[in-house]
Ligand binder design. Structure first.
Ligand SMILES: Nc1ncnc2c1ncn2[C@@H]1O[C@H](COP(=O)(O)OP(=O)(O)O)[C@@H](O)[C@H]1O
Ligand SMILES: [Mg+2]
Length: 221
């Protein structure tokens, strides 16, 4: 198995009292669709943020695409986030004054693509998530499920190695949640993109290749 992301013995402490991650090692292979589950406060977001180079571990190491991440090199971290990683958040995090299409095209600005190509690619992926007819709408004109589909398109537009989704259905009703998880699974299958998805949806277990369970900052079997 080619590991797309491999974390070894990660710890994350806040001050002297909080241990958010305690000796966590995980490996996710190319094309895998992996779930992370666990109660609130168990360290799921901390793990996702460290894997996604948004946060720094206290100790331990991470490799993405076989390359060790240097958490002291800010430029390298920014570069990794822009080229190799895609993020989907519970709160969608779309830019309110950009249209759906502009939101999706936005990450390509940092990948030095021409405007015509940025628009073309954004429209292709919006079509794939079923929202091409909403391309010129602003986030406030879209439902929660639609906003999340735009955010998913944005996470995939630059063809990342790894997509990290932290409770992507946390703000959605159960029917929309199921549709969003199914969409992520289809995108994973179509494109062989690797996904790590934090989810609360109990019944979605069978959708995933694998489930990582966290308890008190540790991964348990
Ligand atoms: N910036 C922070 N400062 C102090 N403690 C934090 C901080 N961020 C998270 N924590 C603590 O770390 C633990 C894990 O949090 P988190 O990773 O957000 O859990 P989850 O996503 O599973 O709900 C919790 O006890 C939380 O209170
Ligand atoms: Mg969380």
């Amino acid at each position: 198995m080619t590991a797309i992301v491999a974390a070894e013995r990660l710890t994350k402490r806040y001050g002297t009292t909080v241990t958010a991650l305690d000796d966590v090692s995980i490996e996710v292979g190319r094309g895998e669709f992996a779930a992370v589950i666990g109660r609130s406060g168990s360290g799921k977001s901390t793990l996702m943020n460290i894997l996604g180079c948004l946060d720094t571990p206290t100790s331990g190491s991470v490799a993405i695409g076989g390359r060790p991440v240097d958490y002291t090199d800010r430029n390298a971290l920014v570069d990794l986030r822009r080229t190799a990683l895609g993020f989907v958040f519970q709160q969608f995090n779309l830019i309110p004054n950009l249209t759906a299409e502009e939101n999706v095209a936005y990450p390509l600005l940092f990948n030095y693509r021409e405007k015509a190509e940025r628009t073309e690619r954004a429209r292709m992926i919006l079509e794939r998530v079923g929202l091409l007819e909403r391309a010129t709408h602003y986030p406030s004109e879209l439902s929660g499920g639609e906003q999340q589909r735009v955010a998913i398109a944005r996470a995939l537009v630059h063809d990342p190695l790894l997509v990290l989704a932290d409770e992507p259905t946390g703000n959605l009703d159960s029917k929309t949640s199921a549709e969003i998880l199914d969409l992520l699974r289809e995108l994973n299958r179509d494109r062989q993109t690797t996904f790590v998805v934090v989810t609360h949806d109990r019944e979605s277990g069978s959708l995933f290749d694998r489930t990582v369970r966290m308890v008190d900052g540790r991964v348990v079997a």
